[in-house]
Write a protein that binds this ligand. Structure first.
Ligand SMILES: [Zn+2]
Length: 510
């Protein structure tokens, strides 16, 4: 099976904050999970570099837009992937030739098929959003903008733009889009996002202006080089230009269709405009668009401009990469909004990771060393727990099929929690005092090792480094990622445990 997963391409004008990181880690977790299933997996991320906003910022900084974007990509966006330990297979920049070539081919195809026309247009435009606004998107300004209409997202006035542009006949796709949502209920998820988009489309669609002629920082329209392609329209095509659309048919056939992990605020671009473009161009519709929730800090959506922005490394430098990944993948129901606070992170780190998982691993390994000289008893797990390891492995895997990452992590941690309770109930240190209970002691410790290994395998996509460390600690050979995650309960128990330094050291904060 193939699995192609994408993040949005990120607008380089921002620096990465934990809202971006949340999205990237989710896509990376899904990709790592599918790799461990043996699926032919591909993960794409990248940067969105054209448009008026970038051009204006570059000019304001007295550099060319190319210099400006190169600097941000190399100094901020690519290093961010290392901060988060992301194993992406590709990184696309919309300023690359491969993107331009693919965009122009795609656009020419729509033009030749009669889906693009030339027309006059006047509307309100928010440069912050790079998007035309309908009256419903605007709110009354406050403060210095009192008395004016402003963008609801940026709280700044829009600009009235009058242009002769090229238009995409989006309005022709209303019926086919509704049919898509109805016949493939999984196409847009979660249901809240799907319902919202369905009712938006049911109200009727306007044609979409897809070119600009007032500035030139973009990809030229192939049949009219006085226009550049509208940045959003062009950006959506990155998902296919990165895998060889129009250039490398073999790679394109191998990877497409894709799964798009996006914030719910841009689901409309991905599940209304993008599928209409795909229908017009005659390519297969994306496999899935998953619109996750927002990260809220102090009750507000994470955003650099609103001073709630937190950079990922502010967290990873204190708690480590894996704790960062674990926290955001487990504490927030994927698909719903979630609140971030340092207090919550700190308490979950200590309760769930240090005391829950880390402590369990240290105790089990210490007891195997103490009571069996480091040799893992080669006996079956206790029935009820063996059944739990199997059922939680199944639950974790089916949760991933539904993109419910938090539930997959929960499945792994229900094993950890059960084992902690199991040790308390069975008191191995008491069993060890009685030679006649040697077989029972062997069973208890074998069950613990088996469960820890299962948890290590299931947690590897979320916490790659800690899972590997745990895996080696219980004597696992090579890489935990060599294990098949759909059979996480059936791994082959090694002869001996190994050393394990604390997985999650306690953190004292001032
Ligand atoms: Zn805006």
């Amino acid at each position: 099976m193939g699995f192609y997963v994408t993040t949005p391409i990120f607008y380089v004008n921002d620096v990465p904050h934990i809202g971006h990181a949340y999205n990237i880690v989710a896509a990376d977790t899904l990709a790592r999970w599918h790799r461990m299933r043996g699926d032919d997996t591909w993960m794409l991320t990248g940067t969105d570099e054209h448009g008026q906003k970038i051009l204006r910022t570059a000019m304001a900084n007295s550099v060319s837009p190319t210099e400006w974007t190169d600097k941000l990509v190399e100094n901020a966006w690519k290093p961010n992937l290392e901060v988060l330990n992301v194993a992406n297979d590709d990184f696309i920049r919309t300023t690359e030739d491969r993107h331009r070539v693919g965009v122009q081919k795609f656009l020419q195809r729509l033009y030749d098929a009669g889906f693009i026309y030339h027309g006059e247009f006047e509307a309100e435009y928010c440069v912050g959003c790079e998007e035309y606004k309908t009256p419903g998107d605007l709110v009354d300004g406050v403060g210095e903008y009192e008395g004016q209409s402003v963008c609801a997202i940026h709280s700044r006035p829009t600009e009235t733009v009058k242009e002769a542009n090229y238009f995409f006949k989006l309005s022709e796709f209303q019926d086919r889009l509704l049919e898509l949502y109805d016949t493939r209920p999984d196409y847009v998820q979660p249901a809240s996002v799907r319902n919202e988009l369905r009712s938006f489309v049911a109200q009727g669609l306007n044609d979409l202006s897809i070119s600009r002629s007032t500035f030139d920082w973009g990809i030229k329209v192939p049949w009219d080089d006085s226009h550049v392609v509208y940045v959003w329209f062009e950006a959506l095509m990155n998902y296919i230009t990165a895998i060889g659309y129009g250039v490398d048919d073999e790679q394109f056939e191998r990877r497409w269709p894709g799964n798009h992990i996006v914030g719910k605020d841009i689901a409309r671009f991905h599940a209304v405009i993008w599928p209409a473009m795909q229908m017009a161009a005659g390519i297969e519709i994306s496999e899935r668009v998953y619109g996750h929730g927002w990260l809220l800090v102090g009750g507000e959506k994470m955003s650099k401009s609103k001073a709630t922005g937190i950079e990922p490394k502010q967290i990873t430098e204190v708690f480590g990469i894996d704790a960062f990944r674990y926290y955001f993948m487990s504490a927030i129901h994927f698909g719903s909004d979630g609140s971030f606070s340092w207090e919550d992170l700190d308490s979950r780190y200590h309760a769930e990771l240090a005391n829950g998982l880390g402590n369990l691993a240290s105790r089990v390994i210490a007891m195997v060393n103490k009571y069996f000289g480091g040799e893992i008893p080669q006996v079956p797990s206790e029935d009820a727990l063996a059944e739990l390891f199997r059922s939680e492995t199944d639950r974790a895997n089916s949760s991933i099929d539904e993109f419910q990452i938090h539930d997959a992590v929960d499945a792994a941690f229900s094993i950890v929690d059960r084992l902690n309770g199991y040790i308390t109930e069975t008191t191995p240190w008491q069993l060890a005092k009685d030679e006649s209970k040697r077989d029972r002691l062997a069973e208890v410790l074998a069950t613990n090792v088996r469960g820890l290994g299962t948890a290590a395998i299931l947690l590897a996509p979320v916490m790659p480094e800690s899972a590997q460390k745990l895996w080696r600690g219980i004597g696992g050979a090579d890489e935990v990622t060599d294990q098949r995650i759909q059979n996480a309960h059936e791994w082959e128990v090694p002869a001996r445990v190994d050393e394990l330094s604390p997985l999650f050291p306690r953190i004292e904060q001032n």
